[in-house]
Write a protein that binds this ligand. Structure first.
Ligand code: TYD
Ligand code: MG
Length: 475
């Protein structure tokens, strides 16, 4: 490719092409191709710069060795001050690791990381690089997030250094000079490398800045936390490029109009994914929600069309209310909407109920919502959805204190689900007294010890009769 040949890079997946397309051939997103400078020139510059020698380390002997003789270092994880964040990270921040924290603008990424910086700085050195806000703005926020003025520890924070800078080169110099244990970059899209001609936030800039930071951080064992913005379509800009590079990807999500926020790990080299951390945005920053089940329970007590399920997010069981509204349709094809659950799942459950209970649901509109804005993906919610729909259709109220767990097969059978014991324990802890579960769980002794009435069912009709106390199919 000649020096003057332009090329186009997708801002979403990083795919490159010489030709302009309205739709990216790599990931299929529209209008994401942007003209870039010559990649060959960038590549040459990067390759020409030799990586600096490792200070104090043995000369690099690039040889393989038997796995048994490879030295092991005990992992000394750093506590972020938020046990919820530590759990999502797999037990704390690993020194030298690279973590990407993504989320919508205004969701609270800066707040989360500044609060963590405050706690981390108690035990180790922390550099907070603010590329979006001025030092004064960060200071103001830091004050607001800390203890009240005049209270103990209100101003002594020797371990926290602040740098308001967008130039990659200066950030790298500061990192090298300070050698902090933890560095926070807020945000990676706002940093820019003056040697690249593309605009800040473009894929080549994001990739280049992240790679340069990573090289330095790994060498000096600095844990790096990168803030990444999510685009309109809900993707981290240049996600594919960065996701390969980093050790963990956390997403911070939630409804901007509700106060709670959910933190998940979508990738984690040092722990399990699908752990969930729950936070609440208060006027003095984020606070952990230690009992999230209460958040997702409607609180208004049993009413027609409501059913409670126990969803399992990672290792954490969550009790969640589902609400259904079934009403006679006035459309040619009935309306079905689902919030917090896949629409195809709802269609499937309605079809099973129509076929196996003989309910004429195709003549009814059906709306389904998960309380609290949670997304429930696991099939263990199926039985709860079925119960909510049938209860609304028949205008019935489920007996107070009932939870339902089970996957619905297409043949109307109730399939077993994982982590049932954990789910029963959480139900009992929150005062539930009856649990409808798949047959053959073998958990009768556990349920008895927990004071739960265990109702096992093999088929959907049997399960709903047990749950509702009446036969929903009988006219
Ligand atoms: P912020 O951390 O700036 O979001 P991000 O970095 O993800 O863009 O958080 C912004 C929102 O949080 C802002 O709309 C105000 C709200 N907020 C509070 O409600 N309480 C607080 O103590 C703080 C610091 C922010
Ligand atoms: Mg921010």
């Amino acid at each position: 490719m000649g020096r003057s040949t332009p090329f186009y890079a997708c801002q979403s997946c990083g795919a490159q092409s010489r030709q302009f397309f309205g739709r990216c051939p790599g990931c299929g997103s529209w209008n994401s191709l942007v003209e870039q400078s010559n990649p060959a020139a960038d590549g040459r510059r990067r390759r020409a710069a030799p990586s600096p020698p490792v200070d104090g380390a043995a000369p690099r002997a690039r040889r393989s060795e038997p796995i048994q003789t490879v030295g092991e270092r005990p992992l000394q994880r750093l506590a972020t001050g938020f046990p919820e964040l530590d759990r999502v990270l797999g037990g704390g921040l690993v020194p030298g690791s690279l973590v990407l924290v993504g989320g919508d603008p205004g969701i609270g990424k800066s707040t989360l990381l500044l609060q963590s910086a405050r706690a981390l700085a108690e035990a180790c050195s922390v550099l907070y690089v603010s590329a979006e806000e001025s030092a004064q703005q960060v200071k103001l926020r830091w004050r607001r997030l800390g203890p009240e003025e005049g209270a103990e520890g209100a101003s002594d924070q020797a371990g926290l250094q602040l740098l308001a800078e967008t130039d990659l080169e200066l950030v790298l110099q500061e990192l090298e000079a300070l050698r902090p244990a933890v560095a926070i970059i807020d945000s990676i899209q706002a940093l820019h490398d003056a040697e690249l001609s593309s605009a800040p936030g473009s894929v080549s800039q994001v990739r280049d800045c992240a790679a340069a930071l990573q090289r330095l951080a790994k060498r000096q064992d600095t844990a790096l936390l990168l803030v990444g913005h999510v685009t309109k379509e809900g993707m981290l800009a240049g996600p594919k490029v960065l996701e390969h590079l980093v050790d963990a990807v956390l997403t911070f999500e939630g409804d901007r109009f509700a106060s709670h926020r959910l933190l998940r790990a979508v990738k984690n080299r040092f722990g399990a994914t699908h752990e969930l951390g729950v936070f609440e945005m208060r006027d003095r920053g984020l606070a952990e929600v230690t009992n999230p089940s209460e958040l997702f329970l409607g609180g208004e007590g049993p009413c027609a069309g409501t059913a409670t399920i126990v969803a399992c997010e990672g290792t954490r069981p969550l009790l969640v209310d589902l609400q259904a509204l079934v009403s006679t349709t006035s459309y040619a094809s009935p309306r079905r909407t689902a919030t917090g659950i896949g629409i195809n799942r709802l269609h499937q459950i309605l079809a099973v109920l129509e076929k196996h209970l003989g309910l004429p649901l195709s003549r009814f509109d059906c709306y389904l919502a998960v309380a609290g804005g949670l997304d429930v993906e696991e099939p263990a919610a199926d039985l709860g959805v079925a119960a909510a729909v049938v209860a609304s259709y028949r205008d019935l109220t489920l007996p107070a204190g009932t939870v339902l767990v089970g996957e619905l097969g297409l043949g109307g059978q109730i399939r077993s689900v994982g982590q049932l014991e954990l789910r029963l324990q959480e139900s009992a802890r929150l005062g539930f007294t009856r649990a409808v579960v798949p047959r053959g769980s073998g958990l009768a002794p556990v349920a008895a010890a927990l004071g739960l009435e265990l109702l096992e069912a093999g088929g959907v009709a049997e399960a709903l009769v047990a749950a509702l106390g009446v036969d929903p199919a009988a006219d």
